[in-house]
Ligand binder design. Structure first.
Ligand code: ARG
Ligand code: GLU
Length: 720
C-alpha cells in the first residue's frame, strides 16, 4: 500500500475511533490558564461572558490572582480585600484538628474567631499565588540531542530547569518557582508562585455541618455536606510574605471574588479554577488494566482491614475518635474513590477500547517513527507489573505502620544530633524532636496500630510472592512464628511505643538503630531502595520516553482530537454546566440539593447524620433570611450543594466555582462516585463535580454560627 493511501485509511479509522471513544467530549478537559484564549470561544459559546484576559493576565489583576494553592494539595479563593480565604473543611481539617483537644473540640463544635486577635496561626501551612507561567520548552531542552539516553536527557532537563528556577527566584521575597513537564515532557512550563506562610484559621463549622454525611456520603450524590472553612492570609506591612508575626497585617490581594447570590439552575455555565493533582488520561491499556483489575482491588482490601480496626476503637470512645478522625478520613477517602474508579473503568470498557485504539494506532504507525512504540510500551508495562504490585503492597502495609514511620523520622534527627558538633544545630534538632514526639503521641492509640500491623502484614505475607519479600521479613517471621508474636516484640520492645522511655533514651543519648521499630523500618526501606525502586525507576524512565513519543504520535494520528495536558498540581480551568445525571437504569438525580435533604437525613442516633440543634431550630422557624429559595415542590428552603460537568480531580478541593460573569457561586469539594474514573477516562454522562452552594456557606456563617461580621468584608452581587 502506498504511503498516502495508508495515511488516508488510517485517518479514516482514527476518525471513527476518536469520534467513538476519545474525542475530548463537551466539558472534558483541564486547561492551562495562560493558553485559555484557545478555549475562550467555546467557553463563550456555552455562556461565559468574560474574556481570556479576565481569567489570566500578567499585566493586570485577573481572576487567577484570587486563587491559591492551599497547602500542598488543595485550592482556596480570596473573598475579601483583607485576605479572607475560603477552602474546604476537609482541606483545613488537620489545622482544625491540631487546635482541638477534648476541652476545646473545634472539630465537634466548630470554631469562629469573633475578632482578628482570635484568629489562630498554623505552623507549616502556606498558600501560593501564581504570579505567572510561561512556556520554557526551548530553554529546558537546550543542549539535548535525540541520540541521548533518557537518563542523559533527564540530567539536561534538571540542570536547565535548575537554572531557570534560580533565575526566576533571584529577587527573593517569598517567590517559589517550579518547572513542570506537560504531555510527558513534550512541553515544559515555568510556574512562578508567591508563597505566604502566615495563614490563620478564622472559622470552621462543626463537623456535623462541615463533614455532614461523613464517609457514608463521601464521593456521593445527593450530598448535603457544608464542606468549608475560612482562613486569613497575613503579610508584612508592605504586603509581602513574612513568617508569622504579631506585627503582620491582613494581606491585600490584587483581586478577590465577588459573591453571587443569584444561585444556580440546571444548564447554567460554571467554571472551576484550581489545582487538580494528577490524572492519567493517555495511559495505555495495560496501565489501565493494572489499576482497575489489580492495584485498586488489592489496595481496597488492605484499607478495609485498617478501617474496620479504626472504626471499632473510634466507636468505643470520644478521645480515640478525635485522635483518629483525620487519619481515618484520609484512609477512607481513597479507599472509596478506588471502588468507584474501578467500577467506572469496567463499566466503560476502557481497557478493551484502549486496546482497539492501540491496534489502530499500531497499524497507522507502521513505517513511521512511531512504529513499535505501543508494542514496546506494552512489554515494559508487563515487566513493571510485579514491581508496581510490590510497591503498592509496601505502601499499604509495612509503610503504613504509624510506630515505624515515627521511629524512622525521629531516629534520623536523633542520629544527626549525636553526630553534630554544632551546639546550635543540636538545640534545634532537640526542639524538633520534642515537637515531633508531642504531635505523635497526642494522636496515637497503640491497639489500632498494633492490630493493623498484624492484619496488613499477614496479607503481605499471603499475597506477595516470596521473591518480592525482604529477606529480613522472611527470617523474622520464621523466628517469631506468628505476626502476633512479632507485634509483641515491637510494641513491648520498642522505646517508641512509650513516650517516657523515648524521652529517657533521648536524654541519655542512646543510639536507637537497634530498636525493633527502627530495624523494621530500615529493613523495609533498604529492601525497597535496593531491590524495588531501581528497577521501577529504570522501567518508568523508559516508559516516560516512549510515552512522550506515543503522545506525539497520538496527536498526529488523531489530528482532530483536542489534547489537554494531564493534571500535575498546576493551575487549570475546567468549564461545563450544571447538570443532573442518571447513575443507573430507572434513576435520575437532580442537580441541586437543599436543607430539606439534611432534615430527611437528620438522625441523632447516627454520628454522621446528627445535625446541630441550632439547625433544627432554624429549620422549624424557617428563618432563612436572604438565603431563602423555593424548591420544585414549593417548599421554602435553603440551597446546599449542586453538581456540574466540570472536569476536576483531587486537588480541586476548595476551588472556586464561578458563574458566567466571573462571580463566586460555590466551592468545589468532590465528585460523584460513579464518575471517579475521570482521572483516567471521562464519561460526560456520569462525571460530575460536587460543589457547595455559596449561599449555604453564608447561611451557616450568618444564621448558625452567628459570625455575620465576616460578611461585612465581602462583596455581593444579587442579580441573575
Ligand atoms: N472526597 C473528597 C476528596 O477527595 C472529600 C474528602 C474528605 N471527606 C471525607 N469524608 N473523608 O477530598
Ligand atoms: N475531595 C477532593 C480533593 O480533596 C476533590 C474531589 C476530587 O477528587 O475531585 O481534592
Amino acid at each position: 500500500m502506498n504511503r498516502t493511501l495508508k495515511t488516508l485509511t488510517a485517518a479514516a479509522a482514527s476518525c471513527m475511533l476518536s469520534a467513538a471513544f476519545f474525542d475530548a467530549h463537551a466539558d472534558e478537559g483541564m486547561w492551562l490558564p495562560s493558553l485559555i484564549s484557545q478555549r475562550i470561544e467555546d467557553m463563550q459559546a456555552k455562556g461565559f461572558r468574560l474574556t481570556a484576559e479576565d481569567i489570566y493576565s500578567i499585566n493586570s489583576a485577573s481572576l487567577k490572582d484570587a486563587v491559591v494553592l492551599f497547602g500542598r494539595g488543595c485550592t482556596g479563593e480570596l473573598i475579601s480585600d483583607e485576605g479572607l480565604l475560603l477552602t474546604n473543611h476537609h482541606c483545613g481539617y488537620s489545622q482544625i484538628q491540631k487546635h482541638s483537644s477534648v476541652e476545646h473540640d473545634y472539630l465537634r463544635d466548630g470554631f469562629w474567631a469573633m475578632n482578628r486577635d482570635e484568629e489562630l496561626p498554623n505552623e507549616g501551612l502556606t498558600v501560593s499565588f501564581l504570579e505567572r507561567m510561561e512556556d520554557v520548552t526551548d530553554a529546558v531542552l537546550q543542549g539535548y540531542s535525540p541520540e541521548m539516553t533518557e537518563t542523559q536527557r533527564d540530567s539536561v532537563v534538571k540542570a536547565n530547569s535548575g537554572k531557570l528556577v534560580e533565575k526566576a527566584t533571584a529577587e527573593g521575597n517569598g517567590l517559589r518557582a517550579t518547572v513542570e513537564a506537560l504531555y510527558y515532557g513534550n512541553q515544559y512550563f515555568l510556574f512562578l508562585y508567591r508563597e505566604y506562610s502566615d495563614v490563620r484559621l478564622v472559622g470552621a463549622p462543626p463537623s456535623s455541618v462541615g463533614k455532614f454525611g461523613g464517609d457514608t456520603d463521601n464521593w456521593m450524590w445527593p450530598r448535603h455536606t457544608g464542606d468549608f472553612s475560612i482562613f486569613r492570609i497575613y503579610a508584612d506591612k508592605d504586603n509581602n510574605p513574612a513568617p508569622y508575626s504579631e506585627d503582620n497585617v491582613p494581606y491585600r490581594p490584587k483581586r478577590h471574588f465577588r459573591i453571587s447570590l443569584g444561585g444556580v439552575e440546571e444548564g447554567d455555565f460554571t467554571f472551576v479554577y484550581g489545582f487538580p493533582g494528577r490524572t492519567q488520561e493517555y495511559l495505555m491499556s495495560e496501565g489501565v488494566r493494572y489499576i482497575s483489575e489489580v492495584s485498586d482491588p488489592h489496595r481496597i482490601a488492605l484499607r478495609t482491614m485498617r478501617l474496620d480496626i479504626q472504626k471499632k476503637y473510634m466507636d468505643a470512645g470520644q478521645a480515640v475518635r478525635i485522635q483518629y478522625s483525620s487519619k481515618n478520613a484520609g484512609v477512607a477517602n481513597s479507599w472509596k474513590k478506588w471502588q468507584g474508579e474501578m467500577k467506572g473503568i469496567r463499566k466503560m470498557g476502557t481497557v478493551g477500547k484502549k486496546q482497539e485504539y492501540e491496534k489502530a494506532f499500531m497499524e497507522w504507525a507502521r513505517g513511521t517513527e512511531y512504529e513499535g512504540v505501543v508494542e514496546r510500551l506494552d512489554s515494559l508495562y508487563g515487566l513493571l507489573e510485579p514491581y508496581s504490585y510490590a510497591t503498592d503492597y509496601y505502601g499499604e502495609t509495612a509503610y503504613s505502620i504509624e510506630l515505624v514511620r515515627f521511629a524512622l523520622g525521629y531516629n534520623k534527627k536523633l542520629t544527626e544530633s549525636m553526630l553534630s558538633s554544632s551546639t546550635d544545630r543540636i538545640a534545634e534538632l532537640r526542639k524538633e524532636m520534642k515537637k515531633m514526639a508531642a504531635d505523635f503521641y497526642k494522636d496515637y492509640f497503640i491497639p489500632i496500630d498494633r492490630e493493623s500491623f498484624v492484619a496488613v502484614m499477614e496479607a503481605f505475607d499471603r499475597n506477595v510472592t516470596d521473591d518480592f519479600k525482604p529477606e529480613y521479613f522472611k527470617e523474622s517471621l520464621t523466628r517469631y512464628g506468628t505476626m502476633e508474636a512479632w507485634a509483641d516484640s515491637l510494641w513491648n520492645g520498642s522505646v517508641f511505643a512509650d513516650s517516657l522511655k523515648l524521652k529517657k533514651a533521648t536524654d541519655s543519648l542512646r543510639l536507637l538503630s537497634e530498636d525493633p521499630a527502627v530495624k523494621f523500618g530500615d529493613a523495609f526501606d533498604d529492601w525497597y531502595k535496593k531491590e524495588i525502586r531501581p528497577v521501577t525507576k529504570r522501567l518508568n524512565s523508559e516508559i516516560t520516553l516512549l510515552n512522550r513519543d506515543y503522545m506525539r504520535g497520538q496527536m498526529e494520528f488523531s489530528p482532530d482530537r483536542v489534547f489537554y495536558p494531564d493534571a500535575n498540581l498546576t493551575l487549570r480551568v475546567a468549564y461545563g454546566s450544571v447538570q443532573g445525571y442518571s447513575p443507573a437504569d430507572g434513576i435520575y438525580y437532580k442537580p441541586v440539593s437543599t436543607l430539606e435533604g439534611i432534615m430527611e437525613k437528620d438522625n441523632p442516633e447516627i454520628f454522621d447524620y446528627n445535625i446541630p440543634q441550632r439547625l433544627r431550630e432554624i429549620h422549624a422557624a424557617k428563618d432563612y433570611g436572604p438565603y431563602t429559595v423555593t424548591d420544585s415542590k414549593g417548599n421554602i428552603t435553603v440551597p446546599v450543594c449542586f453538581i456540574a460537568t466540570n472536569h476536576t480531580s483531587g486537588g480541586n478541593s476548595g476551588s472556586p466555582v464561578i458563574n458566567a460573569d466571573g462571580d463566586l457561586i460555590g466551592i468545589n469539594f468532590d465528585r460523584v462516585w460513579e464518575g471517579t474514573m475521570s482521572d483516567i477516562v471521562f464519561d460526560p454522562d456520569l462525571c460530575r463535580n460536587i460543589s457547595l452552594d455559596i449561599r449555604y456557606v453564608l447561611f451557616i456563617i450568618d444564621k448558625v454560627a452567628g459570625a455575620g461580621h465576616l460578611l461585612e468584608e465581602m462583596d455581593f452581587v444579587s442579580d441573575r
